[in-house]
Structure formats: structure tokens, C-alpha cells
Design a protein around this ligand. Structure first.
Ligand code: ADP
Length: 261
């Protein structure tokens, strides 16, 4: 917090980018990146003529390159801007394109901040109708600084229905509210496992916890995504479910989410 106070507070838009949608989570591993990528692809699906980009601001564990089957390095154009990589009609930029895949990254706070600023502002994003930002998990300086320096049109908070995740999701929503960034609502992820063999539904992380939190905080439930092997496998293989099986129920869940943002 101390560090964020020292930085300029003036919000500066990214040239040529019309709307910024942030995907955040309180806790790691709840499916934030998976949601961000499928949401971006869903927006592209719903609004076909629009230009969509994804910024992987999770510099500690960039996972978007793999999900979009992209590998760096990224190169500079003549204007010395970093050229985003593209796949499935989506422009993408990630710290994963700037470093060796196998090298562990040891970041310190200020380095993270300047890395993200570079990924936002030194990249040839334009023209873009939607930039989906995959935030790092949590409510630290990165989230705070981004909220204070970038005009954000809306935040989507992803949580599983598990108590421990909800606690952190609530903190996240409260932080964004405090800095007057509009929270569009919550996405309940990994809500239910439907057994393909016996047809039984199991609520592995609890039932409807995220929906209850949304109601309590007077936020919308923007999506309800099951715990589903296709979602996991298609993300891991670099062809997310919205593009690999666009007519399936999993893709529909993300496209419905895209319609709400
Ligand atoms: P985060 O960005 O919150 O750390 P990820 O999106 O990387 O989380 O997801 C963590 C793991 O869970 C990944 O292996 C991903 O494929 C898997 N996953 C995410 N959402 C789902 C889902 N709805 N069903 C099955 N697996 C999921």
C-alpha cells in the first residue's frame, strides 16, 4: 500500500483500446486464467467484428501463452512497440513471451509493477475494442496500482464456491469498490461435477457459495461454470473449449458470461 501511494494516481487510458475488462480472483488456482481466456474468446464469438486482446498480468505464473498455444519471443515493430502475438483471432501479450520458459522468475514488487506497465503501454495493442486483463491473484500492490493508473470498465471476480476462496473473493470485491472500479459481478467456477458414468452431480467445493456471496454483496452472478474435464484438457492443450467445442455446454457457459460483460 505504501508503495502504491508513491505512484502517480492519474488514470491514463491505453491508446487505441476502447474497453478494459479485468478478471481477478482473491485466491490462486480457482480458474481465473481459464475464465479470462474463454471470456475473451467468448466476446469474440458474440461480437464477431470486434477486436479482442488478452493481457496476462500474472507475471509470476504466466499461463495464458500455453492456453492460447502461443510461444514467444515477441518482437518490436518500427515504432519500438512490442508486437502482441495472436491466435484464434485474439491478440495476446504475456511476460511468458519475454523470458525463457524454463527459467524461474524472481520478481520484486517494483519490477512487477514496471513489467505490467510495459505490457500495458509499450505494446502495439491498437486497435482493440476489448482488452481482457488476467490479473495476478490477490489484493496486493499490483491490483491496487493497476486500479489507480488504468481506466477499468469492469472487474469480473472468479471464485470457487469454497469458503476459503470466497473469503478472498470478498476482499477482492471490496478492494475494487474502495478504489471505485466497477465490479461487474462474480463467476462461480468449478461449481459442480457431473459424473459422465452415473449422471450424479457432486458439489466438490460446496454448493452455490459464490452465488450466496454475490447476493450478499449485491453483485450479479455473471456465470456458473462446472468442474469439467473438457475445460481443463482443452486449456492445457492450447485450444480452449470455446474454440475447440463451440457448440458444447461448456462453451455456452462462457459465451453466456461474455454476453453479460
Ligand atoms: P488461476 O488463474 O486462478 O490460478 P487457472 O485458470 O490456471 O487458475 O486454473 C487452475 C487449474 O484448474 C488449471 O489446470 C485449469 O485447467 C483448471 N480449471 C479451471 N477451471 C476449470 C473448470 N471449470 N473445470 C475443470 N478444470 C478447471
Amino acid at each position: 500500500q505504501k508503495m502504491a501511494r508513491g505512484l502517480p494516481k492519474k488514470k491514463q487510458p491505453i491508446e487505441g483500446v476502447k474497453q478494459v475488462i479485468v478478471v481477478a480472483s482473491g485466491k490462486g488456482g480457482v480458474g481465473k486464467s481459464t475464465t479470462a481466456v474463454n471470456l475473451a474468446l467468448g466476446i469474440k464469438e458474440v461480437r464477431k467484428d470486434k477486436m479482442v486482446g488478452v493481457l496476462d498480468a500474472d507475471v509470476y505464473g504466466p499461463s495464458i501463452p500455453r492456453m492460447l498455444n502461443l510461444t514467444g519471443p515477441a518482437f518490436l515493430n518500427e515504432a519500438k512497440q512490442i508486437v502482441p502475438l495472436s491466435n484464434y483471432g485474439i491478440k495476446c501479450m504475456s511476460m511468458g513471451f519475454m523470458t525463457d520458459n524454463n527459467a524461474p522468475i524472481v520478481w520484486r514488487g517494483l519490477m512487477v509493477m514496471s513489467a505490467i506497465q510495459n505490457l500495458l503501454r509499450q505494446v502495439a495493442w491498437a486497435p482493440l475494442d476489448y482488452l481482457v486483463v488476467d490479473m495476478p491473484p490477490g489484493t496486493g500492490d499490483t491490483q491496487l496500482t493497476l486500479s489507480q493508473t488504468l481506466p477499468i470498465d469492469g472487474v469480473v471476480i472468479v471464485s470457487t464456491p469454497q469458503d476459503i476462496a470466497l473469503l478472498d473473493a470478498r476482499k477482492g470485491a471490496e478492494m475494487f469498490r474502495k478504489v471505485e472500479v466497477p465490479v461487474l459481478g462474480l463467476v462461480q467456477n468449478m461449481s459442480v461435477f457431473h459424473c459422465p458414468k452415473c449422471g450424479h452431480d457432486t458439489h466438490i467445493f460446496g454448493k452455490d457459495g459464490t452465488k450466496s456471496l454475490a447476493e450478499e454483496m449485491q453483485l450479479e452472478t455473471l456465470g456458473d461454470i462446472p468442474l469439467d474435464i473438457d475445460i481443463r484438457e482443452t486449456s492445457d492443450s492450447g485450444k480452449p473449449v470455446v474454440v475447440s467445442n463451440p457448440d458444447g455446454p461448456q462453451a455456452k457457459a462462457y459465451v453466456d458470461l461474455a454476453r453479460r460483460v
